[in-house]
Design a protein around this ligand. Structure first.
Ligand code: FAD
Length: 369
């Protein structure tokens, strides 16, 4: 076990794992993770959907650049595609028409479809709920666990080291290196630290003596229900045009439902709130005739946003070698392959390729004015 690295990454969720894998080809990389299991927090709790037309422009650039890794992964990542087509149908009752027009008006391949098509694709649809509908055909389900594990495997194969049960508790800068004292009792050193701590991003910066950038972790709730008597295997994801709820088939015969809640909270092991589960089901049942006899499983995770809801990647100017990689909100999985490459390029001062155009807009120091 070495304790000195070229780069030390704090947090082994999808963001830390992709960054570690991209850096490990050229650098000695250490990855410290507070939990027993990498991916225990937000990465293991996502809805696992790739949606190109989602989030700010910079997010869409990374989402687009990540697409191929899911659909045609490199052999060491996966011998089979990690994406399965899952179109999205947007439903707009009268009061949501401006939202639907907003989606169609972006000229991004979302097109209006007749309501009869909704009924033919989603047999539980209650006619009369929506006055208009639209289809986004390019989205797909992502195999998050397989991708996350593949990046951790690539990191290890390149000599990188994953340290579980190792919460970074004390972080100081001494003689050109960061000294990170972990809950395991080990002191790990590196000239560069990458803050990939998700909801804990501001906390990690503060431990290192740096000012926070105003991250807001927001709870999102999801529940799994049995949609019997419907066979939902080939249903699209169905979403309200105003993003107030959506459903998506899960593990073939089940449905995931969410009220798209965004409740700000402090970073912790967040649990689902029964009321949010009930709200999600109620909103869904206004559009779909699905009796819900029992909730099979519910969970919640923290989607963490910066004050302008855009990404924050870059070095902190208040201390040498402290790199922020936070603010992935609801798009941290779909952007991860390209985000990892971009972060690695920025950390190693390499050519960032086409993702380089977004670097100025995602500078974390914009929150320090
Ligand atoms: C319900 C839900 C649905 C979502 N759906 C989607 C979707 O469909 N598509 C999509 O792209 N995204 C989606 N997301 C968002 C996505 O899951 C996140 O953007 C992504 O997982 C963020 O990854 P991360 O690595 O930054 O965070 P995390 O997975 O939370 O990783 C951060 C890690 O840092 C560790 N850590 C924190 N502090 C320390 C410390 N001091 N020392 C060591 N380790 C530390 C934590 O233990 C944690 O493991 C969804 C999120 C939720 C909750």
């Amino acid at each position: 076990m070495s304790t000195h690295f070229d780069v030390l990454i704090i947090g082994a969720g999808m963001v830390g794992a992709t960054t570690a894998a991209a850096l490990s080809t050229t650098h000695r990389v250490g990855l410290v993770e507070a939990e027993e299991q990498a991916g225990y927090h937000t990465t293991g709790r996502s809805a696992a959907i790739w949606i190109h037309n989602y989030g700010p422009h910079e997010v869409r650039v990374l989402t687009g650049l990540s697409r191929d890794v899911y659909l045609n992964p490199p052999p060491d990542i996966s011998p089979v595609p990690l994406g399965t087509a899952r179109p999205i149908i947007y439903l707009a009752p009268e009061d949501q028409i401006p939202f639907l027009d907003g989606l169609i008006g972006q000229d991004l391949g979302i097109t209006e479809i007749p309501l009869a098509d909704v009924k033919s694709q989603v047999s539980a649809y209650i006619e009369g709920y929506a006055v208009r509908a639209a289809l986004e055909p390019t989205s797909f389900d992502m195999d998050v666990a397989a991708l996350h594990q593949a990046y951790l495997r690539r990191t290890r194969q390149n000599g990188g080291q994953l340290m579980l049960r190792s919460r970074a508790g004390k972080i100081t800068r001494q003689s050109g290196n960061w000294h990170v004292e972990t809950s395991g009792g080990t002191i790990v050193t590196a000239p560069i630290v990458v803050n990939a701590a998700g909801a804990w991003g501001d906390e990690v910066a503060q431990i290192a003596g740096l000012a926070p950038i105003g991250l807001v972790p927001c709870r999102r709730t999801a529940a799994i229900i049995d949609p019997a008597p419907y066979d939902v295997t080939n249903w699209p994801l169905v979403q309200a045009a105003d993003h107030s709820w959506y459903i998506r088939p899960e593990a073939r015969a089940k449905l995931m439902v969410t009220p798209c809640d965004e409740t700000p909270m402090h970073p912790h092991d967040v649990q689902p709130d029964e009321l949010d589960v009930a709200i999600g089901i109620d909103r869904m049942q206004q559009a779909l005739n699905i009796p819900v006899r029992r909730v099979e499983h519910a969970w919640a995770g923290l989607r963490t946003f910066t004050p302008d809801r855009n990404l924050a990647f870059g070095f902190d100017t208040a201390a040498p070698g402290f790199f922020w990689c936070v603010g992935q909100g609801g798009y941290g999985i779909q952007t991860a392959p390209a985000a990892g490459q971009l972060t690695a390029a920025m950390v190693a001062n390499r050519d960032p390729g086409p993702a380089g155009v977004i670097i100025p807009a995602i500078n974390p120091m914009r929150f320090r004015k």
